[in-house]
Ligand binder design. Structure first.
Ligand SMILES: CC(C)(COP(=O)(O)OP(=O)(O)OC[C@H]1O[C@@H](n2cnc3c(N)ncnc32)[C@H](O)[C@@H]1OP(=O)(O)O)[C@@H](O)C(=O)NCCC(=O)NCCS
Length: 218
């Protein structure tokens, strides 16, 4: 994830011990007691990574609880995002003075089931994907890019954004994606100046598809 984000964003990726690391009291309260072990594991790795990334910004022992919408509650003056998928977890944070928002996402490197693909990819995106080189699960990259876009959008705007509400174009030559937000969602946004577009980067290895984006200040 580090290579996808600019230097002003602090990034931490979970090591093996982080999945069973310690949580701070406010984080334990967020997690609750009645959770399955897999959820505890994912949440723990996310918080350990989040606090390690915050420490790189000079903020130590800062808890990261979550709101009712499940979004992490970052310390004042910080923006960030968390992702976890099987055996991979990362957190990315930055000073709000440096960037408006950060989004990150990781997905398994495999094709989306057809039913999921129909929900994720708009017909106009499918036309574009058909022009890309065969052999890569491009819809999975679009899916990850949209999850990253949601993590940029939701903390700033606070409203729902569906998969059809962003049009993603991938550029494999540069490893970048560009997402345009549907005008109706922009018009309905309850905040001034909602982001109308998000540009990010993607990378793939045998295991994972990763995407990340920062929203710069105007
Ligand atoms: C919230 C969502 C984006 C999470 O993505 P995911 O691939 O399922 O899971 P990830 O592991 O990558 O991310 C989970 C983390 O996202 C973060 N998250 C959850 N809700 C969030 C929100 N509303 N805003 C920002 N971040 C959020 C949390 O940190 C969560 O981990 P945690 O609960 O352990 O803290 C996804 O579940 C979702 O609701 N998607 C539907 C909306 C969407 O993607 N629309 C596309 C718009 S173009």
């Amino acid at each position: 994830m580090r290579d996808l984000l600019p230097a002003e964003v602090a990034v931490a990726v979970a090591g093996p011990a982080d999945w069973s690391g310690d949580l701070l009291p406010a984080e334990l309260a967020t997690l609750g007691e009645r959770v399955v072990p897999g959820r505890r594991r994912d949440f723990t790795a996310g918080r350990v990574c989040a606090r390690r990334a915050l420490a790189a910004l000079g903020l130590t022992a800062t808890p990261v609880p979550a709101g009712a919408d499940r979004a992490p509650i970052w310390p004042s003056g910080v923006v960030g995002a968390i992702t976890h998928t099987r055996d991979y977890c990362a957190a990315a944070v930055a000073r709000a003075a440096d960037v408006r928002a950060v989004g990150i996402d990781a997905e398994r490197h495999r094709p989306l089931p057809p039913g999921v693909r129909r929900k994720v990819c708009r017909p106009d995106e499918e036309v574009e994907l058909a022009r890309l080189p065969a052999g890569t699960p491009w819809p999975t990259v679009v899916f990850s890019a949209k999850e990253t876009v949601y993590k940029v959008w939701h903390p700033l705007v606070g409203t729902w954004l569906g998969f059809a509400d962003a049009r993603v174009v991938l550029d494999p030559a540069t490893g970048t994606f560009h997402a345009e937000i549907a005008p109706a969602r922009l018009a309905a946004a309850p905040v001034p100046d909602p982001p109308s577009a998000v540009t990010g980067r993607f990378t793939m290895d045998d295991d994972l598809v990763r995407t990340a984006a920062v929203l710069p200040h105007r």
